[in-house]
Design a protein around this ligand. Structure first.
Ligand SMILES: CC(=O)N[C@H]1[C@@H](OP(=O)(O)OP(=O)(O)OC[C@H]2O[C@@H](n3ccc(=O)[nH]c3=O)[C@H](O)[C@@H]2O)O[C@H](CO)[C@H](O)[C@@H]1O
Ligand SMILES: [Mn+2]
Length: 347
């Protein structure tokens, strides 16, 4: 009798185990397939982020534009970097042609700008001039970070352009505001933008648009040549020269000197850039060192070893106070003159 009972018990135990195994397996298989569906879904959502290099450059039959020449063109400036990234100058592209190509892709360009403290005074001109010249006819979503949302002016947005205002805490040092942008941008991209926009540009607010800034600027990783140092030898670039800083670039290295007042690219590329710069800025902070030109020094280090795929000439960031240069046929975007001692929270 006890033997028989044991036998029945073992049989029951075996069936029980087999049954719970089956239940476990089926739920797991279900959760796997769910995960897979989510993954497929995520990839299809990620589609807008198609890399620039994978974007087709289709045009329609019958579309008329000026014949491109292999022999005549800008001879006073270089329009190709040694790693074959185009350098964008007036006269190197056909705006109508390039717009017609990019318009087929239903593109949205996230555009970030920060206005803390007294810098809110620059917003009106920045936004109004952007609405006149910046990606007209394309989707633009401005993300404006400020400590005073109430000071943001009403500016009428063009078709498919919109503005989102985000409140951020004020800071006591202008350097911290400027450098802090990297971390905020890194988070914004990771948390929200990856599947909402195709490209991003990050711009200074003490600026104004005077001419077209359009689809010719789109690329995977886009750097803008600083307006002051474009004709200087690399030894005179204001790179960080102290080896203790993560932004250190030794004399003898360097391509161009890039501005931190404008940079952009795809969300993936700019996420990598802002994350790296934020990490390097933090490492410097922990070692009690601040690079000579703050995040601009770190950006220059990044661009030296992660070459931009497109470069914008200083037409895309001039300075209102700069004397003119023969090579600059058009000023598209420019730093306005400002009294640093008066607008900044610290000298
Ligand atoms: C032409 C150029 O290369 N400009 C860079 C340069 O000086 P800038 O003199 O152009 O720096 P800046 O005073 O414009 O500060 C950079 C940006 O931080 C924001 N801001 C700053 C202070 C403040 O009180 N409130 C506020 O909102 C604002 O968006 C401003 O445009 O060096 C800075 C860091 O060294 C940045 O790299 C700038 O991009
Ligand atoms: Mn500035």
């Amino acid at each position: 009798m006890p033997l028989r009972a044991n036998f029945i018990f073992i049989i029951l135990l075996f069936f029980g185990m087999a049954l719970s195994g089956l239940i476990y397996l089926s739920t797991n298989v279900r959760s796997c397939s769910q995960e897979l569906i989510e993954q497929v879904f995520a990839t299809s959502v990620a589609k807008p982020n198609t890399l620039e290099s994978q974007r087709s450059l289709k045009t329609s039959p019958g579309f008329q534009y000026k014949q491109p020449s292999l022999l005549a063109g800008r001879a006073d400036v270089v329009s190709l970097s040694p790693w074959l990234a185009p350098i964008i100058w007036e006269g190197t592209f056909n705006p109508t042609l390039i717009d017609s190509i990019y318009k087929q892709h239903n593109i949205t360009i996230a555009t970030t700008v920060f206005a803390l403290g007294k810098y809110t005074r620059f917003l009106k001109d920045f936004l109004e001039s952007a609405e006149e010249h910046y990606f007209v006819g394309f989707g633009v979503h401005y993300y404006l970070f400020t400590d005073q949302p109430e000071a943001v002016p009403e500016v009428k947005m063009g078709k498919n352009h919109r503005l989102t205002v985000r409140k951020v805490p004020s800071l006591d040092r202008w350097q911290d505001i400027s450098m802090g942008r990297m971390e905020i941008l890194e988070k914004l991209i990771a948390d929200e933008l990856m599947h909402e926009a195709n490209y991003i540009f990050c711009l200074d607010v003490d600026t104004k648009f005077y001419g077209r800034w359009g689809s010719e600027t789109l690329g995977n990783l886009v750097g803008v040549i600083h307006p002051w140092l474009f004709d200087y030898p690399r030894e005179s670039f204001t790179y960080e020269r102290r080896p203790e800083s993560k932004a250190f670039i030794p004399v003898g290295e360097g391509d161009y000197y890039y501005t931190a007042a404008a940079f952009g690219g795809t969300l993936e590329e700019i996420h990598r850039l802002t994350k790296t710069c934020r990490e390097q800025l933090n490492a410097d902070h922990e070692n009690s060192i601040e690079a000579i030109w703050h995040e601009e020094s770190h950006l220059n280090k990044y661009f030296l070893y992660n070459k931009p795929t497109k470069l914008l000439s200083p037409e895309y960031l001039w300075r209102d106070i700069n004397i003119s240069a023969g090579q600059i046929k058009i000023i598209r975007f420019s730093h306005v003159a400002k009294n640093n001692a008066e607008v900044r929270p610290n000298a």
